[in-house]
Design a protein around this ligand. Structure first.
Ligand code: DON
Length: 318
């Protein structure tokens, strides 16, 4: 295990400035009532829509918070890059390229058409590819597979995490579409374990609760080249980090990825629980959390807050 870096990295902006921008973003967008909670997972519709938090964690482990940063929400699709991270660590990029793919679909996150067209999962950040990722996790049983994923996420968050049972039960009772995708992938030989079991582990993975603060630590680990800034543990080899970030940039917002790359210019991942994590390599991660979503399934307030901070600090990689 590596030690946390004892040197403070220059992140190019003061913590005071970051705090004032986070505060301004929160103030600016907290009363924005655009979008609505996901309701195809019935339990998500019940989460208070006014919840809104912004958290930034730097590669030095400094934390900036405003609003509801300690509310535990379902990680949903923000889980996908972290399972992918495990595959990049254990199997490497070539295996991901061959068995899943790394192309954006240009289609919604749960598109069956994309799977049919490509006869593969297309990329690890849509539902099909995330289930293919789960199926590639090396484990003897579904239980072991889930526990391996959960404990890896806990290393990223440097904290204990648990499944939100009400969300898991709600999604497990209604996830016929994902089961269909899993079986379709299996029919193309592109799912690497039992489809129903994989879909269930994937559903559980999506139901893991995280706070904006915990998710910011997960993102900051990616900003820090794969080493957790709090624990000092290396979770992903440095040379695999650019691959993960490139996939997040091109696919993290699904059919909104091109627009997000133009407007924020940061590798990011969204989830229908209302969370978004954006990575500013070598500097920090920004997390926004608020349940109401736009038509692509991405949090409206979280997008606006991250975009505002990114524009003010000219964080776009381009
Ligand atoms: O599989 C699903 O539909 C959900 N568990 C996750 C989808 C999701 O978060 C899409 N992201 N914006």
């Amino acid at each position: 295990q590596e030690q946390a870096a004892d040197k403070t990295v220059d992140i190019g902006v003061s913590l005071e400035k970051l705090q004032s921008l986070a505060d301004a973003a929160h103030q600016k967008f907290k009363d924005d009532t655009d979008g609505k909670n996901a309701d195809y997972i019935p339990e998500l519709a019940k989460i208070p829509s006014e919840l809104f938090g912004v958290c930034i964690m730097t590669v030095n482990g400094d934390v900036i918070t405003v609003g509801d940063v300690d509310y535990s929400f379902a990680i949903e699709s923000v889980s996908k890059p972290f399972t992918l991270s495990m595959l990049l660590r254990d199997d490497g990029y070539e295996a991901v390229l061959e068995k899943i793919g790394v192309e954006p679909t240009g289609l919604p996150f749960n598109s069956v058409a994309a799977v049919e067209l490509h006869k593969s999962a297309v990329n690890p950040l849509v539902n099909a590819g995330a289930m293919a990722s789960v199926s590639m996790v090396d484990a003897d049983s579904p239980k072991a597979r889930f526990e391996k994923i959960l404990s890896y996420f806990e290393e990223f968050a440097d904290d204990d995490l648990t499944v939100i049972d009400s969300i898991y039960e709600s999604e497990a009772a209604t996830n016929w579409h994902n089961k269909g995708i899993a079986w379709l992938l299996d029919s193309y030989g592109k799912l690497y374990a039992d489809p129903d079991e994989v879909c269930d582990v994937y559903t559980k993975q999506c139901s893991i609760g995280v706070t904006a603060r915990q998710l910011a630590t997960m993102g900051a680990t990616l900003a820090n080249g794969g080493q957790n800034p709090k624990s000092g543990k290396r979770l992903l080899p440095t040379d695999q980090v650019p691959k993960l970030l490139a996939i997040m940039l091109s696919c993290g917002f699904y059919d909104g990825s091109g627009q997000w790359a133009c407007e924020a210019g940061l590798p990011s991942k969204t989830g229908v629980g209302g969370g978004i994590v954006s990575v500013v390599p070598g500097r920090f991660a920004i997390v926004g959390f608020s349940p109401p979503l736009d038509e692509h399934g991405n949090s409206v307030r979280a997008q606006n807050a991250i975009k505002y901070i990114a524009e003010e600090l000219e964080l776009s990689l381009f």
